[in-house]
Design a protein around this ligand. Sequence first.
Ligand SMILES: C[S@@+](CC[C@H](N)C(=O)[O-])C[C@H]1O[C@@H](n2cnc3c(N)ncnc32)[C@H](O)[C@@H]1O
Length: 322
Amino acid sequence: MIKSFHVPVLLKEVLEILDPKPGQTIIDGTLGGGGHALALAKAVEPKGILLGIDLDPAALTEATERAKDAEIQTKLHFVKGNYRDIKKIVNEFGLSEINAIIIDIGISSYDLEGSNRGFSFQKHEPLDMRFDPEARPEHKSKEPFTAGFILNHYSEKELKEIFEKYSEEKFSSKIARGIIAHRQEKSIETTEDLFNIIKHSLPQALRFKAGDSARRIFQALRIEVNKELENLEKFLPDAFEVLAKGGKLAVISFHSLEDRIVKHFFLEKAKGCICPPDFPQCVCGKEPLAKILTKKPITASLEEQKENSRSIPAKLRVIQKI
Ligand SMILES: C[S@@+](CC[C@H](N)C(=O)[O-])C[C@H]1O[C@@H](n2cnc3c(N)ncnc32)[C@H](O)[C@@H]1O
């Protein structure tokens, strides 16, 4: 077991709002070290079911070991997969009456500190950034789709676009230009290469703050490598579909673009009548399909923020299917 694999964020709040009951079936689409999953599994003992999904085999190993230690009586299924395929995975396991689904779409402490996959600009590691280190392109002859691949193959325009879209970095243009210039001399292989390019693309007076720009650019690359926004867009309607009536869907996000996607999806499901406001009475007959349980997103208490700085940007939103 890896001691510092990950500390779950908003755990108390997740348990309170999902309010799991013995015998229920729960899915954790981002199992990680099992922080949320095992607490939920305990709450549905002894006859409940918990399905945990993760792209990273290291997470599955860690959660399996922790589950053994915790002597959980709930039926556990841990599976390597992408939460975007939730419908397919649910069918494969023959699950029905799903009472709660959660995803926690941040990055784990293990990813940043122990995976050796280049998620952190503070390390000297190869620029991989795949959550699934075994992911292979459809054509075997092609290189794996890693951060290094993007940096060495995308055009200046494409690089600028992903940096602007996913990180809102002010110096996206200059950094994209710096990458292309570096690449003409030699390829970009390590986190250190990238950090130095970012630093030297900034105006001299701002180089002392290069870490801020690097954090944003690394995040943008991670989102692009793992197609994180596309996964979320595919997951939300499919997860909602497989939920039982009364079931709850919870998302913990760490990025404003993700939170916006979740918020709009939830509003759409909770919306009733869609007649124009000047109609004297409703003719569409549309009924809400869900109730929003978090009018505003739940954020970490000051105490949790102090203990675990990773919890600071976390936002939890939950809806309940009607
Ligand atoms: C913040 S961690 C989850 C931590 C977990 N909630 C806990 O308490 O230990 C996020 C996890 O999601 C996994 N992940 C990221 N994208 C995924 C996807 N599309 N499908 C499945 N797992 C994914 C990562 O490998 C990582 O283990």
